[in-house]
Design a protein around this ligand. Sequence first.
Ligand SMILES: *Cc1c(COP(=O)(O)O)cnc(C)c1O
Length: 453
Amino acid sequence: MYSQTDKTNKTPIAQERRVLTAIPGPKSQEALLRRAAATSAGLGLTFPVVIESSHGAILKDLDGNSLIDFGSGIGVVNVGNTNDRVVQRVIEQVQNITHTCFTVAPYMGYIEVCELLNELTPGKFKKKSLLVNSGAEAVENAVKIARHFTKRPAIVVFEHAYHGRTNLTMSLTAKNMPYKDGFGPFAGEVFRMPMPYPFRSQTNPATLAQDSFEEISHRIEKEIGVNNVAAILIEPIQGEGGFIVPPKGFLPALSEFATKHGIIFIADEVQSGFCRTGDWFAVNDEGVVPDMITTAKGIAGGLPLAAVTGRADIMDSVHVSGLGGTFGGNPVSCAAALGAIEVMKEEKLADRAKHIGKIMGDALHAMKEKYPVIGDVRGRGAMQAIELVMPGTKEPNTQAMLDVIKYCTSKGVLVLTAGTYVNVIRFLPPLVMSDELLHDALGVLDEAFASLK
Ligand SMILES: *Cc1c(COP(=O)(O)O)cnc(C)c1O
């Protein structure tokens, strides 16, 4: 069996936080100067160190600091950084086939990943899949296929949505800064609907799902016309928008409406998929069965891979060679996905996500009681977030978010931000994070709030 020591010839990375220098340390500082000189200024930076190695839930930087990974590279390394099984599969695969292009000369890995996706995604009907390189490319292809199948142009999307950074997916994404500003003109036939946002809604929580659905269905009928709508595209739990969880009943109503009018219901599970929320996919929570589902991030344990999975009649409606791409479903990425999915099954990572969600949820709710700057705690499983406000109001508190992030960074805990109002801290731990590390990281977060003036 492959072991981490074989790979690096170094001692394995202990699963503990150890901060030896200021963050960033001297070596990271020097490397960050080279980063600034060599890479586009358009690239953001969340955690100001340069990483040298990683394993499980720990990232090690150039200065030897061991940092807790509370972000999983944005919900990607659900099975842990450099997961042994994934690394082993990648090494074996890269020696056999690195690339042929699946549409030129196929290989088994692509077929096997599609078989698994067809089996694991919700829905008893016959399904087919397409593999591509990124979440944005998956969403683009889902829209392309839905339009081709329905022969209709319009796509319905939502406030706070994030679907990617290509021209079409920027158009589908809601937020201007930083994703869209100055990057237009955008694609046409994209219609944005209000998203029920329980924390910020003025509506009675008991009727929010129904009220939102009624408004949206009315607007689709009156402003677009149901016969013009190819697809309704929605993240079952919004990611970059700030882990907004729609009220119970909303997604089933929307999906039923789509079915009734021949509209393709596409669930964008790029961030919420692959055990993250305590199930294979977030839609499973309410038994919603999308016509198509887009996946990426967590699918391949850190290698670039994405997929569109859908009803066979929809996926097969495209003429031969209408779909494809040079690198889509690269053999090494497919091998990584097969390893990652095996680990998710064997180590029951969906259950592990629930367990993490319980610990995080309890700790975050306890912090909300102590610190009035925390306005809301929300999420599902190992996809949790807190929204920060000016105490006693719902006014967004970006400064508190920045101060908390700064504190966590200085103590060696990497956390991510989110939210349309730039006031959400989100947590996406690798699902293999130990309880000890989780409690340690949550302890640092508590100290961060205690340190706010
Ligand atoms: C990250 C993300 C995307 C885009 O994926 P990329 O791989 O970055 O192109 C699309 N949809 C959702 C919900 C995402 O979280």
